[in-house]
Write a protein that binds this ligand. Structure first.
Ligand SMILES: [Zn+2]
Length: 330
């Protein structure tokens, strides 16, 4: 058992319960929100987040990890207000969201300077509050791990080793960069049990995903309801991996954004998967998984146990010998 920082105080890792490990209460370009605040309706955004969080609370969710960090508008007071209003356990992150470069202040200073910034968020508080981050977040997409992002990944790794909190990444399976992320973490000496390579469910390349799992990390099957894959295809991959014994290493989530400024409301993004929401997973995906032979125990492992293990830097025993039940036997 370890102590975990939520935005409303510390909890024991055993108390996390059913967890959505990757959802955003608010996602926006932080420089735009500061310079052109008239573009945003704060009250409406607050109500949208409260509505979604209350809805998943009524589904039985106890905790939400929100990996909104620098670059996508982290606002710790906003997260705190939502947590108070909904009485949900919400865990905030520290880190940087970028697909290419980082601001000159960090470009022109060393890795440890950046690591110290992250460590302060975890040990002292975020944005000059005493609200502490519970995990670390870093990103790399189609551009790969640029020189700037290499610095971020190494700073994140060093902050992990000092603080003991786990790491979540945004990866780009199409270019297999989850493996390159693992290279850096291994080079920095991070225990892989504290690592979650995010967005692995965006591919059905079992070979690639298995390579990451074999290196000891957790993976995020964390974009249910989003492009590029319909949820049925995501389930096929998930079931294949469960059959290989990896239920104890996967997370289910949606990467839902209660408000999201990247696209106008009429954009294709929102039309392709209109069911995308914070409740979609438990409304449709999990019942579908149970119908196709995944056991309640395996769902429980993915939604309850794995988050505790990730924070504790451990995992449950491999489930390689557990067989998925035939649909008729349920
Ligand atoms: Zn996300």
């Amino acid at each position: 058992m370890v102590s975990v920082n939520t935005v409303t105080g510390k909890v024991d890792s055993k108390q996390l319960g059913c967890t959505l490990v990757h959802e955003h209460l608010l996602l926006r370009s932080d420089s735009v929100a500061i310079q052109f605040p008239h573009l945003y309706d704060d009250q409406s955004n607050f109500l949208k987040a409260v509505e979604q969080v209350k809805a998943v609370k009524s589904q039985g969710v106890h905790t939400i990890c929100d990996p909104t960090v620098m670059g996508i508008g982290r606002d710790i007071r906003f997260m705190e207000r939502v947590a108070h209003e909904t009485e949900m356990k919400i865990i905030a992150a520290t880190g940087i969201y970028s697909y290419n470069d980082i601001p000159p202040i960090f470009q022109n200073r060393d890795i440890n300077y950046l690591a110290d910034v992250f460590i302060r968020d975890i040990e002292v508080g975020i944005q000059n509050t005493s609200i502490k981050a519970g995990f670390l977040k870093c990103t790399a997409d189609a551009a790969g791990i640029t020189e700037d992002l290499d610095k971020v990944f190494r700073a994140i790794a060093r902050a992990q080793k000092v603080t003991g909190v786990p790491i979540m990444t945004h990866s780009h399976p199409e270019s297999s960069n989850g493996l390159k992320q693992m290279d850096i973490f291994e080079d920095e000496g991070v225990d892989p049990k504290f690592i979650m390579i995010g967005h692995c469910g965006d591919t059905d390349n079992i070979d690639y995903i298995t390579q990451i799992l074999k290196r000891g990390a957790f993976i995020g099957m964390d974009r249910y309801g989003q492009a590029p894959l319909p949820y049925e295809k995501r389930n096929t991959t998930l079931i294949e991996l469960i059959k290989k014994g990896f239920a104890n290493r996967m997370f289910l989530s949606q990467d839902y954004c209660c408000s999201f400024d990247w696209f106008p409301p009429e954009h294709e993004f929102f039309k392709t998967y209109p069911k995308w929401s914070m409740t979609f997973l438990l409304d449709e995906v999990v019942p579908q998984l149970l119908n196709t032979g995944v056991t309640e125990e395996q769902v429980r492992t993915m939604m309850y146990d794995n988050v505790r293990c990730w924070f504790e830097g451990t995992y449950e025993l491999p489930t390689i010998d557990r067989v998925i039940k035939e649909p008729n036997s349920i």
